[in-house]
Design a protein around this ligand. Structure first.
Ligand code: SAM
Length: 282
C-alpha cells in the first residue's frame, strides 16, 4: 500500500469528515449511557503539519489553516474548532487524526477501538493516545474488525469507516463489510467517507449505497472545486447511517461554513439530504 495520510491530513475532506464525526460523538453523549466508537481505518493520532510531506502537498495549508483564518468565528464550527484546539491567529502545528478526536471526546464511561493496517501508523496512534486509557489500538484489517467487535456491549455508539480508496474495489469491499456490520448491529451510527471526483462518480456511489436498501441514510457532500474539473478530489462525502437527531440541519450549516471559508470562488456545492427513508418499503 502506498497511501500516506500525512499528505492529506487537514485538507478540506479531512475537515468535512471530522466535523461530522465530532457532531455525532457529541450527539451520542447527550445521554449519560456509555458509548463505544470503532475506527476501522484509524491512521495515527496526530499529523505533523511541518513535515515535508504536508508542506509538499499544501493540502492542510489550503484546508484547515485557511479555514482557521477565514472562519474561526463561524458558529456551526465552534465544537469542531474546540476539538482541534484552533486559536485565533495561530497556525496549527499538528492536525489530529480521527483517533485523537475520538479519544479526546470520550467520557470516563466510554470506550474506543482503533484499527490500522500499517504497523508504524498503529504504533504512532498507540504512543500518542493510549495513555488516555479507555482506548485500544489494534494492528490489522479494519473490515475484519467490524465483524469481530460488533455489536459492542454498550449497544450505543458509532463506527467510522474511512478507507484510502487506493484499490478499485475498495467501495465494494466497504459496502460489503458495512452491510454485514449493520446486520449485526443495526442501531449503531455508521459514518463512511467517500471521495467525490466527478458528478457521475458521485451518482454511482449514492446508487451503490441505496442498493443496500438500508433505511435512514443521510449523505453530506461538499465540493470545493467544480465537478469534472479534472482535479484529483473535487469534493468529499460522508454517508451517515442512523444519523442523530438534528444532523441534517447541522451538517447543512456546517458544510456551508466550510464552503464559504475555503472553496474556489464560485465553485462547488453543499448537498445534505436523505438517501433512504426512515423505513424501507417491502
Ligand atoms: C484516510 S486514512 C485514515 C484517516 C483517519 N481515519 C482520520 O480521519 O484521521 C486511511 C488509513 O487506513 C489505513 N488502512 C488501509 N487499509 C486498511 C485496512 N484494510 N484496515 C485498516 N486500515 C487500513 C491506511 O494505512 C491509512 O492510515
Amino acid at each position: 500500500m502506498n497511501y500516506k495520510h500525512i499528505y492529506h491530513a487537514g485538507n478540506f475532506a479531512d475537515v468535512a469528515k471530522h466535523v461530522g464525526l465530532v457532531y455525532c460523538l457529541g450527539a451520542l453523549q447527550r445521554k449519560d449511557a456509555a458509548i463505544f466508537a470503532l475506527d476501522s481505518h484509524a491512521g495515527r493520532g496526530y499529523y505533523d503539519l511541518q513535515a515535508t510531506e504536508a508542506h509538499k502537498s499544501g493540502e492542510a495549508e489550503r484546508g484547515i489553516q485557511r479555514l482557521i483564518e477565514t472562519s474561526l468565528a463561524a458558529a456551526p464550527l465552534a465544537d469542531y474548532f474546540a476539538a482541534i484546539h484552533a486559536r485565533r491567529g495561530k497556525r496549527l502545528a499538528s492536525y489530529p487524526g480521527s483517533p485523537a478526536l475520538i479519544a479526546g471526546g470520550l467520557r470516563a464511561q466510554d470506550r474506543a477501538l482503533f484499527v490500522e493496517l500499517v504497523p508504524a501508523e498503529a504504533r504512532a496512534a498507540e504512543r500518542e493516545i493510549e495513555s488516555l486509557g479507555r482506548v485500544r489500538t489494534e494492528i490489522g484489517d479494519g473490515y475484519a474488525a467490524l465483524n469481530a467487535f460488533l455489536p459492542p456491549d454498550e449497544r450505543r455508539g458509532l463506527v467510522l469507516i474511512d478507507p484510502p480508496y487506493e484499490s478499485l474495489d475498495e467501495l465494494k469491499q466497504m459496502l460489503q463489510a458495512f452491510a454485514e456490520a449493520y446486520r449485526r448491529w443495526p442501531s449503531g451510527i455508521y459514518l463512511m467517507w467517500y471521495p467525490i471526483r466527478s458528478a457521475s462518480q458521485r451518482s454511482m456511489v449514492h446508487a451503490r449505497f441505496a442498493a443496500l436498501r438500508i433505511p435512514k441514510m443521510l449523505f453530506a457532500d461538499l465540493a470545493i472545486h467544480p465537478d469534472d474539473a479534472g482535479v484529483g478530489l473535487a469534493g468529499s462525502g460522508l454517508m451517515i447511517v442512523n444519523p442523530p437527531y438534528g444532523a441534517d440541519d447541522y451538517l447543512t450549516e456546517a458544510y456551508a461554513a466550510i464552503h464559504a471559508g475555503i472553496a474556489t470562488p464560485g465553485a462547488g456545492y453543499v448537498e445534505v439530504a436523505r438517501l433512504t427513508p426512515e423505513r424501507m418499503a417491502q
